[in-house]
Design a protein around this ligand. Structure first.
Ligand code: SAM
Length: 474
């Protein structure tokens, strides 16, 4: 997660105040600060600066050293003190300084825009009445920082954007989300406030690289834990995972990398376009099939589709092949040397000459459905009714008793923030849309609180095994 907070620099002299500045004028922050310096032999100055008593009155400022060259002599240094006059020094400090001092001199520190952080500059420029709720944090996606400015801050948006850009080296673009009303594809309109007009971001998650146009698809770095949770805890290599609302692939790509067989679907053509790029960049073309359907239609056709057209078996992982190759080489060398060695691990007991492990067979049924469209995914549960019934027509289908039903992982929101009430609310709605009871007692049941999205709104993931009564409904 990359949320950066804007905080005041420790023990800092504030910048010159320019309330109401709208266009950033960096020159306006030039300032001179007066302090007292003590002239000390350069051999003694280091120890003096570290002296516990003296330290309490040594100048302590970020990005400013307390020991400076003495312009009048090369063998002396100036130790800067955080007082302006000698009589402001405490008696104890004076007692330590005097034996080594070659005299006190006035010193002027020149500060500029670069000296202060974003918090300091914003607090010196925004109108007084806006200071309490001044933008306190922003989120980073790739090289893009995104702000969510309230209306009263909009007159100062370009200044805020420029300051955020200037003060964060890893950011190239600063945007403001234009509205809170999300579209069907959950994409925010955004305006570039500062920096490059480049909204194609590159993000890294779950050991995978994702590229996408941030203004055209959904991406939320705050969901990385949830992506990782399902991939790590639920998906097993060799299983088929169907991601109904896959976006640009934050569940689908890591699952395919884990050697699951993945059906990644999304209604937004832009999501599909970038998911395709991410499939290529992460080299999982063989393990991820992409479609651009409505989620409801996808749920209804996926079970039959995978039965009729399973994935081609995946070749064994490169690491296993390398290990086997290494063992074979060792065995050959040992045989040459006339040593008796243990047999190299051979994956095929029947065929002792086989040099590589057998390919993983690919299953013909789905083990997991993922539905991360929390605003409405529960409503899609009705699509499961009868979604497996067409399989009964297939000559080679063994029958409903011989197949394991998939786990459904459906994301949703609830406004009930008491966990028990939240659970009741979610189960009631899931039952209604599925047309079948979903309770704590159903097989595979799990309810996981993903995160609080607003003071009175939590996001959950409900997991349950799809009941055969629903899937094979006539
Ligand atoms: C909250 S995003 C989740 C994306 C991704 N799975 C993730 O975890 O970041 C929801 C996705 O659902 C897609 N979507 C919206 N309506 C849909 C529908 N009717 N059918 C399929 N996908 C839909 C959106 O385009 C968006 O990519």
């Amino acid at each position: 997660m990359s949320a950066i907070s804007l905080q005041r620099t420790r023990k800092e002299i504030p910048p010159p105040v320019h309330r109401g500045m709208k266009k950033l004028d960096r020159e306006a922050f030039k300032a001179k600060v007066k302090c007292l310096a003590v002239r000390v032999d350069e051999k003694a100055v280091g120890a003096l600066a570290k002296n516990k008593v003296v330290q309490s009155q040594v100048l302590s400022m970020s990005r400013k050293r307390a020991i400076e060259a003495d312009p009048s002599t090369s063998t002396n240094k100036l130790l800067l003190l955080d007082v302006e006059t000698e009589d402001q020094l405490s008696a104890e400090v004076k007692e330590q300084l005097l034996p080594l001092s070659k005299g006190f001199v006035p010193y002027e520190i020149e500060l500029g825009y670069d000296h202060w952080n974003a918090f300091d500059i914003l607090h010196a420029t925004l109108p007084e009445e806006l200071l309490d709720d001044a933008p306190a944090a922003f989120t980073i996606t790739g090289h893009i920082a995104h702000l969510n400015l309230r209306e009263e801050y909009l007159p100062y948006k370009y200044l805020i954007g420029q300051v955020v850009l200037d003060k964060n080296n890893n950011i190239r673009t600063v945007v403001n989300k234009l509205d809170t009303i999300e579209s069907e594809f959950r994409v925010f309109k955004m305006e570039v406030l500062a920096g490059d007009d480049d909204l194609v971001a590159e993000a890294h998650e779950g050991g995978c690289k994702f590229t996408f146009d941030f203004s055209k698809v959904y991406w939320n770095s705050r969901l990385s834990h949830e992506h990782n949770r399902l991939v790590a805890e639920f998906f097993k290599p060799g299983q088929v995972v169907a991601d109904v609302m896959a976006g640009v692939g934050p569940f689908a790509i890591p699952a395919a990398k884990k050697r699951c067989f993945v059906l990644g679907n999304d209604l937004n053509p832009e999501s599909v376009k970038w998911m395709e790029k991410n499939r290529q960049d992460n080299k999982v073309q063989d393990a991820l099939r992409i479609s651009n359907d409505d989620g409801r239609a996808f749920i209804r056709r996926a079970p039959l589709m995978i039965w009729k057209r399973p994935f081609a078996p995946l070749p064994p992982p490169a690491t296993l092949l390398r290990k086997l190759e290494k063992e074979k080489r060792r065995a050959r060398e040992a045989a040459k040397a006339g040593e008796v060695t243990a047999e190299p691990a051979n994956p095929s007991a029947e065929d002792p000459n086989q040099t590589s492990p057998p390919e993983q067979p690919s299953p013909r049924h789905i083990s997991h459905f993922v539905m991360n469209l929390p605003g409405s995914a529960l409503e899609f549960l009705d699509a499961y009714a009868g979604s497996y019934t067409p399989l009964l027509e297939e000559a080679d289908f063994p029958g409903r008793d011989d197949i394991e039903m998939p786990l459904v992982h459906v994301h949703c929101f609830t406004k009930e923030i008491e966990p028990e009430q939240g659970e009741l609310d979610i189960l009631e709605r899931a039952t209604g849309y599925l047309g079948h009871s979903v309770s704590k007692d159903v097989e595979g049941y799990n309810l996981h609180c993903v995160r609080r999205v607003a003071p009175n709104k939590d996001m959950y993931c409900l997991t349950f095994r799809l009941p055969k009564e629903v899937a094979f409904k006539s």
